[in-house]
Design a protein around this ligand. Sequence first.
Ligand code: WTA
Length: 661
Amino acid sequence: MSAMEDKITSLLAEGKVFQPPEEGSAQAWVKSMEEYKQAYAHSMEDPEGFWAKRAEELVTWDKKWDKVLEYDLSIPEVKWFVGGKLNLSVNCLDRHLTDGRRNKAAIIWQGEPEEDVRVYTYQMLHDEVCRFANVLKKKGVKKGDRVAIYLPMVPELAISLLACARLGAVHSVVFGGFSAVALQSRIEDCHAKVLITADAVLRGGKAIPLKPNADEALETCPSVETCIVVRRAGNEIEMKEGRDCWWHREIHAKDISSYCEPESMDAEDMLFILYTSGSTGKPKGVVHTTGGYLTYAMHTAQWVFDLKDNDVYWCTADLGWITGHSYILYGPLGLGATALMFEGVPNYPGPDRFWRIVEKFKVNIFYTAPTAIRALMREGVEPTQRWDLSSLRILGSVGEPINPEAWMWYFINIGKEKLPIVDTWWQTETGGIMISALPYVTPLKPGSATLPLPGIDAAIYNEEGKEASPNEGGHLVIRKPWPGMLRGVFGNPERYKKAYFNRYPDTYDPEDGARRDEDGYFWIMGRLDDVINVSGHRLGTAEIESALVAHEAVAEAAAVGMPHPVKGQAIFAYVTLMSWAEESEELRNELRQHVRKEIGPIATPDVIQWAPGLPKTRSGKIMRRILRKIAANDFADFGDTSTLADPTVVEQLVDTKKQMG
Ligand code: WTA
């Protein structure tokens, strides 16, 4: 055991609670536990009053709302700031041209190559966004049209989102690591009119072509009339006559002006769709609207990250995920902050890349994922000591439960045992952070997301729908609507109700397991549905299984999560082959490649075990509980197996697994 591991183990054994820093608390947006408690009480007694105040303080409205909230969770239907009008790009850009921030950096972009840096002031970003909005307009994009965006982490990604918001077009970002097949199904689901993509993605010093994926997807996407291509790597690509055009040509065309009139949107007009995995079927198109979403993204960014005008704030997420939408773009830019955007990965060219960037730009607030911390932990402490981290003031974590060891490592080596860590629990569906410490307020317990933010009525319910007693595990639920909540599943109202409002009446069900300790602190345990969280990315077992069975050699498949030291969870797939197919290493590799192609590299199974049969109940349901245990080499107790149709199947699987190790 290293000295660091020793230290972490002994600190954790003490069960210590870490107090928030005193220095800085007088200037913080939320200054004390007292203030938090008051705000929380106000938000529960008079939610409409609380949110109206926040919406007024934070957002510039073209027209004020007539009614703060209208809802009925039994339908479900939720409307915030009814009758209010606003434009998000105006809130993120135009208003900062006259509030003293015109020449302030809005986005500092660090490309993967160290020397590739671009800085956009609010004025510059405003002009680029207007230009691109005019390009979209020229291509026929109108309010309500869907625009699909499939880009690497380049500034054009941020510009695209804001340009859509300016026109009132609905953006649907597809993470650049997804495959052509995944892109195709998302474009098809929302009938996008335009696709924005790039020639390639830079990763680990190499250019990985992206445009061929877009081409393949577009073969069967008749709704897409135009494909706009950003030149990133300069690699040779095909451009389809009449459909494809270059970003840099279009944006600099003579007839493109640097001003574009913003569309005044209804508070409840759709802002974006973001696809995410659930337990069944295809990914769901989570719908967010305009007024409530912006209020919520800004409210949480301000209180949780304590954003101030002089801060350099860095969220390491990709804009292709909700974390990027809310906490690289809309929250920080709404507040007029300076957001750093990074194209690369934590370990290229070396495991000190993050810390080098922190020193280079004197980053004050740093928000990342447990999987990144665990990966960097493996590289030891030395890379963290090469650079000056003294500019940092707040650390954040998101995406999955942060294990106490990783928390302590982050706290000791990056936070130098002084900085608060805000472990933020939330989801694509919640639009913004729901449960989190406030940096100058909340005493911290490593591994706990601590307390719900003001406005969030979080609780733990047991199976009967009663509030669980302290330390009793159960379902995390949210009992009151909040402005950032999803308003639907695109094109599928039934799924909206079924997925989120079915378990308990009039209550939002995030499908996460959790407990609350004797101090009321929340400890999130992880997904209760068949979603695997791989490095903070949500993947549905159903998606992986349907990709596997799409291969001709596969008769049946079951995917489960297994514990993984860096990724949190890894994918373990049990595969039953067609009788004619032969088990081989070659076929195993072929199947892994096949899933990669169908969904994307993040969905590649880590382990495939051949299974002559799968454990099923007599009614034909796969008993995943057993499969999860076998995958984790936990053969001791399979619980109640009396409903198994054929118990010998389990013995066989266990034998094979024992041989595999
Ligand atoms: C998990 C990412 C514990 C959780 C913002 C949730 C977390 C899912 C945390 C949402 C956290 C996210 N502690 N678990 N701090 N943050 N999760 O939609 O299971 O990509 O339901 O949103 O990630 O993932 P999503």
